[in-house]
Design a protein. Structure first.
Length: 366
């Protein structure tokens, strides 16, 4: 008999939490496990999920009508007899939906904390999160996160040591995430990068990712290396603002917006350095994946230190864009890295998707 899990998420777009879910989903033995999704919005992964045999159910969002959202979930859990429900979120109020799962008859009520903060500068979000921090503790009987920082943000200090929560790393498939010289040349040709020094970033265009600061860093790099190019992968609510800023800084010939890409391992191979100045992160997939492809990473010191799995990561304060620019240039000129060796190192450090998938199934399916 196939064991089923209903995963509740805003929408299956190409963010970090959704990418984590898709990596797990692709690895499932479909003769034994099935994940279906309850979403408020359409997402870029919807077609792939359906092609793999999964179901996607549209539900009302909490922001639209919290009680309609609640009873939509109760109905789904009852109708399709889900014994396991998973909520993935960075806000504690979302655990309220696990109560709906319980009312519907689910026995395993799992919550994944996907970040180490809420929306930067959004006082309302932060207040709601603090007021509702009791919800994941009360309503979830399985709690996990990709890093200790993300776990403690949601479940309290010492939650990993005490056993109230556990760590589930953002695993990678080394058959995909490894350095590929042929892919590097192909992508660089496609994007007309030729002999450029390629600075990269992968992530949603939102306040958390700090793209405006990234542009300041890149402008400093450009002053030192006229062959520098910036490749930005992703979409989001601040994309138009970032494009406008690029134009104002006269960088439009040096910045490439790729949109959402489904060949991220190959794009990472084409880059020379990843610059990642986020204001906060739970455990960013992009940095884990970049290390697997042997890509040097210059990242914000606001990001959890657990993301440094290899010697490729350098933490930098966000006080001076010129200092990050220098670090990026130094990382690119630090010698010939054996980029193809890092994927195996990541697996040896516990980041194989097989290991992570097995733990996920063990904990989240009844």
């Amino acid at each position: 008999m196939v064991r089923k899990l209903l995963c509740i998420v805003g929408g299956m777009n190409a963010g970090g939490a959704e990418t984590f879910l898709m990596k797990i989903y692709r690895e499932l033995d479909r003769n034994e496990f099935q994940i279906d999704f309850a979403v408020a919005l359409e997402g870029v992964y919807d077609e792939e999920i359906r092609n793999l045999g999964g179901n996607i159910y549209r539900i009302t969002s909490k922001s639209e009508n919290i009680w309609k959202n609640f009873f939509d979930i109760v109905h789904l859990v009852k109708k399709y007899n889900y014994k396991s429900v998973l909520r993935v979120s960075q806000n504690s109020l979302s655990a309220f939906e696990l109560l709906a799962g319980k009312v519907g008859g689910a026995k395993i009520l799992a919550f994944r904390s996907s970040n180490s903060s809420t929306v930067a500068g959004n006082k309302k979000e932060l207040i709601i999160h603090k007021m509702c921090k009791w919800m994941p503790i009360l309503f979830a009987n399985v709690r996990f996160a990709p890093s200790t920082e993300a776990a403690e943000y949601m479940f309290g200090k010492g939650c990993i040591e005490s056993g109230r929560a556990f760590l589930l790393r953002n695993g990678i498939d080394v058959k995909e995430y490894h350095y590929d010289e042929k892919a590097r040349q192909r992508i660089r040709k496609e994007l007309k990068l030729s002999n450029a020094f390629v600075v990269g970033h992968i992530g949603r265009f939102n306040q958390q990712k700090n793209h405006l600061f990234l542009l300041e860093v890149f402008s400093k790099i450009k002053c030192c290396n006229e062959n520098a190019m910036l490749v930005l992968c992703g979409t989001g609510e601040k994309e138009k603002e970032i494009k406008r800023k690029v134009y104002e800084m006269n960088l439009e010939k040096s910045v490439i917006f790729t949109g959402v890409r489904f060949d991220i391992p190959q794009v990472l191979s084409a880059m020379d350095v990843l610059v990642f100045p986020s204001l906060y992160e739970g455990m960013p997939n992009a940095i884990i994946e970049a290390q697997a492809t042997g890509l040097p990473c210059i990242i914000s010191d606001h990001i959890t230190k657990e993301v440094k799995v290899t010697d490729l990561v350098k933490f930098m304060p966000l006080e001076n864009p010129g200092e990050l620019a220098k670090a990026a240039i130094v990382a690119n000129g630090s010698g010939s890295l054996k980029r193809d060796l890092y994927a195996r190192e990541m697996v040896n450090r516990g980041y194989s998707i097989e290991k992570c998938g097995n733990l996920f199934c063990q904990k989240c399916f009844l």
